[in-house]
Write a protein that binds this ligand. Structure first.
Ligand code: NAP
Length: 282
C-alpha cells in the first residue's frame, strides 16, 4: 500500500474503503473482505450511522488496530466546543476504539471555529491522531486558521476526473494539505466510466476503466476510498499499484471538461441542520 505524508508528519494510506450509504449489515459483510484484500484505511462518519458496524467488522477481521487507519467525521450539531468534546468520546464508544486516526469536520456550517479547539484538545489527549476538514471552502478554512494551533492535515472534497480541483489545490498550496477525493468514481456515474480515454488506457494497461481512474487519483496525489459492495470491485480497486500512467495520459485525463456533481452551498441546507440521533444505527 502506498502512503502520503501529511503536514503533521503522519502517514496516510493512499487508498481506503469508503462506507457511505452502506447499511451496518453491508459493512459487516464487506469491510472484513476489504481488509482481507489488503485495505488498511476506512472512511466513515457519524452521519453514515454505521460506526458501530465498522468497529465490529474491524474486530471480526482480526486485523490489529495499529495496522489500520480509521477516519470518521463529526456533523455540525457536534461542533460547539463543549458538545464537540462529548461527541468525540461518543464516537470512540460507537467505534469501540481507543483512538481515531483522522477526525474531520464533515460540513462547513455551524460553530466550527469553537469546535476546532476541542479537536486540538482531543489530539493532545491522544484520542485523535490527526484532524482535518471536509467540504470547507477557502474562506471558512481561513477562519479556522485564525484560531488554530494545529493546521488541518487533510481536506476531503469532491474530486474525480470531471472535477480535478486543480484550482482549489493551487489556492491552498501554502497549507500543504493532503487532498482526499469523495465521489472518486463519480458515485458510479456510467458516463464517466465510459469516457473513451479510460477504455483506451484500460486496454493498453490490461486494467478496467475504474482502475485507470483510481490510478489517475494516486498520481494526482489524491487519497481515495471508493465505495463498493461487489467483491470483485473490492479486489480491483486495490490492484492499481503495478502500473503507471504516462505524463501525456495524465494530461489527457485532466483535459476532460470540468464540472462538479455537487456544489456545496454557502448556507446550510436542511439535511445538515437536522439533529441526528447516532444511537439509531442503520
Ligand atoms: N465527505 C463527504 O461529504 C463525502 C461525500 C460522499 C462520499 N464520501 C466518501 O467517499 C466514499 C466514496 O464515495 P461514493 O461512494 O459516493 O462514490 P464512488 O466511490 O465514486 O462510487 C461508488 C459507486 O462506484 C461503483 N464502483 C466501485 N468500484 C467500482 C469498480 N471497480 N468498477 C465499477 N464500478 C465501481 C459502486 O458500485 P458497486 O457497489 O457495484 O461496485 C458504486 O455505485 C464514500 O464511501 C465516503 O467514504 C464523502
Amino acid at each position: 500500500m502506498q502512503h502520503f505524508t501529511m503536514n503533521n508528519g503522519a502517514d496516510i494510506p493512499a487508498l481506503g474503503f469508503g462506507v457511505f450509504q452502506m447499511t451496518s449489515k453491508e459493512v459487516e459483510e464487506h469491510l472484513p473482505q476489504a481488509i482481507a484484500a489488503g485495505y488498511t484505511h476506512i472512511d466513515t462518519a457519524n452521519a453514515y450511522f454505521n460506526e458501530v458496524a465498522v468497529g465490529r467488522a474491524v474486530k471480526a477481521s482480526g486485523a490489529k488496530r495499529e495496522d489500520l487507519f480509521v477516519t470518521t467525521k463529526l456533523f455540525p450539531q457536534s461542533y460547539p466546543y463543549e458538545q464537540c468534546a462529548r461527541d468525540i468520546d461518543a464516537t470512540l464508544e460507537r467505534l469501540d476504539m481507543d483512538y481515531i486516526d483522522l477526525l474531520l469536520f464533515h460540513q462547513p456550517y455551524g460553530d466550527y471555529v469553537s469546535g476546532w479547539k476541542a479537536m486540538e484538545e482531543a489530539v493532545a489527549a491522544g484520542k485523535v491522531k490527526s484532524i482535518g476538514l471536509s467540504n470547507f471552502p477557502v474562506h471558512k478554512i481561513r477562519q479556522i486558521l485564525d484560531v488554530a494551533d494545529i493546521t488541518p492535515a487533510v481536506l476531503q472534497v469532491e474530486i474525480n476526473p470531471y472535477w480535478n480541483q486543480h484550482a482549489l489545490k493551487s489556492e491552498l498550496a501554502d497549507l500543504n494539505l493532503v487532498f482526499e477525493g469523495w465521489y472518486p468514481l463519480g458515485h458510479g456515474d456510467q458516463t464517466l466510466l465510459a469516457e473513451p480515454v479510460f477504455a483506451r488506457l484500460a486496454d493498453k494497461y490490461g486494467k478496467t476503466a475504474a482502475q485507470i481512474i483510481l490510478r489517475w487519483h494516486l498520481q494526482e496525489g489524491n487519497v481515495t476510498f471508493p465505495k463498493t459492495c461487489d467483491p470483485q470491485h473490492i479486489k480491483d480497486n486495490i490492484d492499481i499499484f503495478d502500473f503507471a500512467l504516462a505524463d501525456d495520459e495524465m494530461a489527457e485525463i485532466n483535459a476532460l471538461p470540468q464540472r462538479p456533481y455537487y456544489t456545496v452551498p454557502e448556507e446550510a441546507p436542511d439535511f445538515v441542520l437536522r439533529h441526528n440521533d447516532y444511537s439509531q444505527q442503520v
